[in-house]
Design a protein around this ligand. Structure first.
Ligand code: SAM
Ligand code: DTB
Ligand code: SF4
Length: 336
């Protein structure tokens, strides 16, 4: 049964269970709703980097934090397509384009619309994360063929104000609603390890699990502590608490893809294996996230081989059906 009425107390009770009970149930839920041993593979590209006017305390791209990051203008279409083609060749099935915007300007959105069309032509699923959207902008992106829009709530409503001052939690929910109303898949999750309490982690997951429809994709990021950001010296989260967060997300949102997202570069194979056991079934693949490091492709190929994991095939898209620039079956990661 898929529930949308989880109370925060119930979610906290999930977090408090004995670790093995929690993992056993999460893995059971996972197997009832998903192919076991199969992981969805997405590649990220920062199409516009740095100089962001927002003040998100975790983010190396905020203009307010001196992280030594070089700002870059919106990339040209051809360069984006080349990166998408390489991602497909390496085995990704979804290509996520990220831009350091508060919200996209009309001129920029037109360029992103062209990128979405071109990436889709390659037979890849498309995802974008461009900040806040109006209802009209969401419709424009849907028309362009965008499959997923990523917009995270990041943390609990209560802790949110400690992390971000330039836009509210309610703003985030409004954008998510616009994405839903436009008919796109929602990718929405958060970050743990920002000094929040377990109650905050529970409230964040309860917020996602009580949305009218669960996000199809739920990225759980472990904070990447970047020098120069206010969270550079945040205390490291207990790795087993991170695994618990994944497990609770899996139990609350059985049909969603739960993505083991930022922070993998600092995780052992053993910790990642526990995250998969807890129900994670998606990763970011490629040596860079947006501006920080991620395991390289060879390391992830070894990880998949060690664990007997295979990449989830892309759903049949029109482009794939018509054979447009398709390289089905030639990916560097074995597919299910
Ligand atoms: N500017 C847009 C926005 O914030 O909606 C899109 C890009 S933004 C970088 C996308 C997400 O990356 C953020 O919502 C946050 O969850 C995640 N993120 C950013 N910096 C991070 C870090 N240092 N560690 C973990 N996740 C991070
Ligand atoms: C998400 O939840 N995590 C990704 C993606 N959505 C856009 C971003 C992680 C960024 C980590 C810090 C960086 O590389 O700049
Ligand atoms: Fe800007 Fe997004 Fe980074 Fe916040 S998370 S500073 S909105 S790029």
């Amino acid at each position: 049964m898929i529930r949308h009425d989880w109370t925060i107390a119930e979610v906290e009770a999930q977090f408090a269970r004995p670790f093995l009970d929690l993992l056993f149930e999460a893995q059971g839920v996972h197997r009832r709703h998903h192919e076991p041993n199969t992981v969805q593979v997405s590649t990220l590209l920062s199409i516009k980097t740095g100089a962001c006017p927002e003040d998100c305390a975790y983010c190396p791209q905020s203009v307010r934090h001196d992280t030594g990051l070089a700002a870059e203008e919106l990339m040209e279409l051809e360069a984006v397509v080349a990166r998408a083609r390489a991602a497909k060749q390496a085995g990704a099935t979804r290509f996520c384009m990220g831009a350091a915007y508060r919200s996209p300007k009309p001129k920029d959105l037109r360029k992103v619309v062209a990128m979405i069309g071109a990436v889709k032509e390659l037979g890849l699923e498309t995802c974008a994360t461009l900040g806040m959207l109006s209802a009209e902008q969401a419709v424009e992106l849907k028309r362009a063929g965008l499959d997923y829009y990523n917009h995270n709530i990041d943390t609990s409503p209560e802790y949110y104000g400690k992390i971000i001052g330039t836009r509210t939690f309610a703003d985030r929910i409004e954008t998510l609603q616009a994405v839903r109303d436009a008919g796109m898949h929602v990718c929405c999750g958060g970050i743990v390890g920002m000094g929040e309490t377990r109650a905050d982690r529970a409230a964040m997951l309860a917020t996602l699990a009580t949305l009218e429809a669960h996000p199809e994709s739920v990225p759980i990021n472990r904070l990447v502590r970047v020098a120069g950001t206010p969270l550079a010296d945040a205390e490291e989260l207990d790795p087993l608490e991170f695994v618990r967060t994944i497990a609770v997300a899996r139990i609350l949102m059985p049909r969603s893809h739960v993505r083991l997202s930022a922070g993998r570069a600092e995780m052992s194979d053993e910790l990642q294996a526990l995250c998969f056991l807890a129900g994670a079934n998606s990763i970011f693949y490629g040596e860079k996230l947006l501006t920080t490091g991620n395991p390289d492709c060879a390391a992830d190929r070894r990880l998949f081989e060690r664990l007997g994991l295979v990449a989830e095939p892309a759903p049949q898209t029109d482009a794939a059906v018509h054979g447009a620039a398709g390289t089905q079956g030639e990916s560097a990661l074995a597919t299910a």
